[in-house]
Design a protein around this ligand. Structure first.
Ligand SMILES: [Zn+2]
Length: 96
């Protein structure tokens, strides 16, 4: 399976977005593609900032939050809940 390695600006009509699948326009990016950006496996070349919000949980018996319970990315009025997709992307570590 071919995963996009770059997020291009919304509405992009370049060869990579339309034929090879190496890139995907921001407006067509799915949760998996956005999760790959957070994990460093795809580049955000959209020209827009992706705003990442994390909700953490303290598990029973734990003193501190050790993992992100929910990760939501917002950009241009769109929201992607990438929580489930990040589990498949092992290199992502929330910054806390
Ligand atoms: Zn493109």
């Amino acid at each position: 399976m071919n995963f996009p390695t770059r997020i291009h600006p919304a509405g992009c009509g370049c060869e990579d977005c339309h034929r090879s699948g190496q890139s995907v326009p921001l407006d067509l990016a799915d949760e998996s593609a956005i999760a790959r950006v957070l994990a460093g496996q795809a580049a955000n070349d959209s020209g827009r900032a992706l705003v990442v919000s994390t909700t953490t949980a303290v598990a029973p018996g734990e003193a501190t939050a050790s993992s992100a319970a929910r990760v939501v990315v917002e950009c241009d009025g769109r929201t992607w809940d990438v929580s489930c997709h990040l589990m498949a992307v092992t290199s992502f570590h929330p910054p806390f």
